[in-house]
Design a protein around this ligand. Structure first.
Ligand code: C2E
Ligand code: CA
Ligand code: CA
Ligand code: CA
Length: 275
């Protein structure tokens, strides 16, 4: 296999060049996307079943490219992470989320995704602190979503940062739970307020007994640790029914509402749901 390694590489080379060329273009365009006002935030509701209302929204980045149309965050975030541009984009998103929470959502909380690259910055906590100060938002309205990746890098440092964020009055959510290097021991070692159960489990709820058992276990565990549990990517009433029956109190997904810009007609407000 080693002998043919070079040849194999040649076979894939044209595709590789194209891939890299596209990537470089996107990288260059992304560098000016904020200044050209091509980025925006959409907000997707999180619904509390018991209270029957929206309790918070997740802020999700959108990029309207001038010629390529909408580019998905799953495509451009990894590129922004590699180029370092995520630092500026992440700060921009945090600021936008703080302003939205302050002015547009009637006291509902807003959660913001934070990239591991941002988290690794020495000045991350200071950046968050200065955005909070600048926008004057009530920090209790802002939740930071982190993934397991940020925890394994350096456990002590991650603990320190999460504690500092909590000291600022923010809450912390563990995103995509169950997908990473998930070790249950993480849960107790970090001060999470919220656990987000990944969509991959939710999707299998109706067909797989084991997915159901896993979700039920995660919910029990979170309860024991006094954490708030949210199921992500809920698309059907059947999924919602199962989640409710096994004690999951908060749901997020297309069934409850798609991500939408502030003020979109399709955007349910906390009041709509309460009625
Ligand atoms: P995520 O944080 O896990 O966000 C959830 C994704 O699932 C979002 O995709 C959302 O639109 C989608 N989703 C919500 N409900 C459903 C559903 O019922 N069914 C299905 N199939 N999908 C659903 P989106 O907006 O394309 O974002 C993709 C990922 O990009 C996010 O995954 C997050 O990792 C990243 N991302 C988005 N915005 C930001 C940001 O501001 N900063 C950072 N660092 N990452 C972001
Ligand atoms: Ca998220
Ligand atoms: Ca997620
Ligand atoms: Ca994800």
């Amino acid at each position: 296999a080693k002998k043919s390694g070079r040849n194999t590489y040649c076979i894939f080379k044209p595709g590789m060049d194209e891939f890299l060329a596209r990537r470089r273009l996107i990288e260059a365009d992304l560098a000016v996307a904020i200044d050209r006002e091509e980025l925006s935030l959409h907000f997707q509701p999180r619904v509390n079943l018991k209270e029957g209302r929206i309790v918070s929204y997740e802020a999700l980045l959108r990029w309207q490219h001038p010629t390529r149309g909408q580019i998905s965050p799953s495509d451009f975030i990894p590129i922004a992470e590699q180029s370092g541009k995520i630092l500026q984009i992440g700060e921009w998103a945090l600021k936008g989320a703080c302003l939205a929470a302050r002015d547009h959502f009637g006291g509902a909380r807003i959660s913001v995704n934070v990239s591991p690259v941002q988290f690794r910055q020495k000045t991350f906590v200071e950046m968050v602190e200065s955005v909070l100060r600048e926008t004057g938002v009530d920090p209790r309205l802002i939740e930071i979503e982190v993934t397991e990746g940020v925890l394994i890098d350096d456990v002590l440092r991650a603990q320190t940062i999460l504690k500092s964020l909590k000291a600022l009055g923010l809450t912390i959510a563990l995103d995509d739970f169950g997908t990473g290097y998930s070790s249950l021991s993480y849960l107790g070692r970090f001060p999470f307020d919220t656990i987000k159960i990944d969509r991959s489990f939710v999707r299998e709820l109706t067909t797989s007994e084991s997915a159901r058992a896993i979700v039920e276990t995660i919910i029990g565990l979170g309860r024991g640790l006094k954490m708030n549990l949210i199921a992500e990517g809920v698309e059907t009433l059947e999924e919602a029914g199962i989640l409710a029956s096994i004690g999951c109190q908060e749901l997020q997904g297309y069934l409850l509402g798609h991500p939408a810009p502030i003020g979109a007609a399709s955007h349910p407000t906390p009041d709509d749901i309460a009625d």
